[in-house]
Each structure stands twice: as structure tokens, then as C-alpha cells.
Write a protein that binds this ligand. Sequence first.
Ligand code: NAG
Ligand code: NAG
Ligand code: NAG
Ligand code: NAG
Length: 297
Amino acid sequence: QLFCYFFIYLKHIISDSVLGLIVHGPSGPLVAPLGSSVVLPCYVDELLLMEDLEVEWRRTDSDTLVHLYQDGESRPETRQQDYHDRAHFFTDQIQHGNFSLRLDNLRAQDKGVYRCKVHSQQDFGEIVVEIKDVDHLLVSGSSRSISVSVGEDITLNCSVDSHITPEHIEEISWKKTDEDKDILVLLYQNNQTLSDSSDERYRDRAEFFTAEIPKGNFSLRLKSVRTEDKGVYTCQVFAEGLSANATVVLERLGFSVSHIMVLILCISASGSALLLCWLIYCRSHNEVADVCSFIFC
Ligand SMILES: *[C@@H]1O[C@H](CO)[C@@H](O)[C@H](O)[C@H]1NC(C)=O
Ligand SMILES: *[C@@H]1O[C@H](CO)[C@@H](O)[C@H](O)[C@H]1NC(C)=O
Ligand SMILES: *[C@@H]1O[C@H](CO)[C@@H](O)[C@H](O)[C@H]1NC(C)=O
Ligand SMILES: *[C@@H]1O[C@H](CO)[C@@H](O)[C@H](O)[C@H]1NC(C)=O
């Protein structure tokens, strides 16, 4: 209560213009794709007098003026060069208390916090709008390298984490980076998997998870892995004039547990067989038994 009284008192002493106009903004930070248009909302519920109305859009970080509406008109000359053609103020919406701003052709540098300040004859209020992210084409692979055994099947991760729908993806290529030249493992172009263009080492062994493609999951299924498959794999994505890639490292092509078991079994079996043979041979040739035991020892 004390705080309230203090606040009212403060409001009186500062001046009548600080009455606290309630300005609304978006419910949360905005995320939009690179090159798109985004509307930064800023509006009031009450009707304001158009006279002496001033709306200022400014970046809070660099203090750059993005747009200024003053004396009944937009003042383009005050705008920063960078926003000159890209910031659009809806002059016809002002009478409805809507001071939103549209930013066109969004750039990565547009990420940041914007302040919308509204001054009217009676009131003053402001709101901040954050553009949290300008989406690039983001492709993720696997951060850790994959160990696998010869003969097994593996999945190499590659997913497109952007607002780009699979129909807009022009091409996905999975390549193995060999010393100086790349080997094409699998190609996806114009909504189709072109298995025939794969290098013969990978033909019939590499495939996409068809059902996963609409989710932007272009992971590669590589069947019956061979020793020479070890290496670096790149998943390159082309979409809407952008390109991005991710890599997956396939390392340590070892033998699987079953391989090792069979190997141990083989060695021990042949060892026992050999021993048995020796014993039988020595029994039947008593005269060489001493030599036999000597060699055996
Ligand atoms: C303000 O105007 C813009 C552009 O016409 C529109 O997209 C937005 O929805 C409007 N906001 C409100 C709160 O009316
Ligand atoms: C592949 O992606 C799946 C799902 O995101 C994840 O669980 C798995 O750990 C990834 N594999 C590797 C090797 O990163
Ligand atoms: C992929 O298919 C969709 C519709 O299924 C179509 O709109 C789009 O143009 C196709 N993309 C290419 C590159 O052919
Ligand atoms: C992609 O799909 C495959 C097969 O269902 C799955 O194993 C893998 O984890 C998926 N990757 C991601 C990143 O979701």
C-alpha cells in the first residue's frame, strides 16, 4: 500500500504526461525465416487523439531508429539506411490504435530487441518486441562419431531443422569424403530418391527412411557395413537458395561380439582337435612317445 501511495505521488510529481498508456506487444519472442516478412505488433486498446501522436520504433541494442511517425506522417528521412526500404508502417491502421511495424526481407542482423514508444497528447507508453531468431537453413548430423562392426546396419543422422518444408528442398546429397574426391552415397532431388546415381560401392546398400522425409529427417541407412566404409560422411542440403551441411564420422570398424565369439570358438576347437590328434598319434607309436611329450611340453 505504501508502495502504491508512493507510486501515485511519483506520477503526480513527474508530470501529467506519464499516465501509463497500456501498449500491447506480442505474447513472446518472434522467430521468422531468413528473407521473410515479420510484423512486430504494437497496439493500444483505447482511442487516442491523432493530434500530436508520435510513434517511435527503435532498436534497444544499437539505438538505431527504425521508424518514426510524427506530425501526422511517417518520416522516412529519419530512418536508418538499413531499414529504409524494409520497414513498413501501417499508416491506415493508426486510427485503430495499431502501430505495428512490418520488417521485410529479414536478415540475420535483424535479430534483437525493438522498442515501440507511443506518445500522445495525454499519454505515453511503450513495449519491447524481440526477434529471437532469424532462421537459417539448419542441418544437424551427429556430434559424436559412430563405432560399428563389420556386417551391421547403421543409421547416419541428418535432419533439416528449419521452417523449410520438404517440398522446398531442392537437393540432399550424402557423400563420403575420401582423400581428394567425394563419393556419392545417396542423392535426393526434386522430391525423389535417385538411387541409381549412387557410387557402385553404395548402390543397394544406402537408403533414406521414406516415411521420415516429411519430418525433415534425411538420415541415411547404410546396410552391411564394410571395413572401407570408415570415414567422414557429409549430408548437404540445398533449399530456397540456401545451402548447409552436417557431417557424421564413422570410425573404428571393429568386429562384433558374435564375430569374436565365433573366432574364439574356432581357435579353441582347432586347438583341441590338434591336441587330440597328437595324443592318438603318440599312443599308437609308443616308441616316439617320449619325443611326443617333449614336443608337447
Ligand atoms: C495491425 O495491423 C497489421 C497490418 O494490417 C495487422 O497485421 C495486425 O494484425 C494489426 N494488429 C492489430 C492488433 O489489429
Ligand atoms: C540420431 O538421432 C536420434 C534422434 O534425435 C538420437 O536419439 C541419436 O542419439 C542420434 N544418433 C547419433 C549417433 O547421434
Ligand atoms: C515437390 O512436390 C510438391 C508437391 O507434392 C511440389 O509443390 C514441389 O514443387 C515439388 N518440388 C520439386 C522441386 O519438384
Ligand atoms: C530419423 O529416422 C530414423 C528412423 O526412424 C531414426 O532412427 C532417427 O533417430 C531419426 N532421426 C532424427 C534426428 O529424428
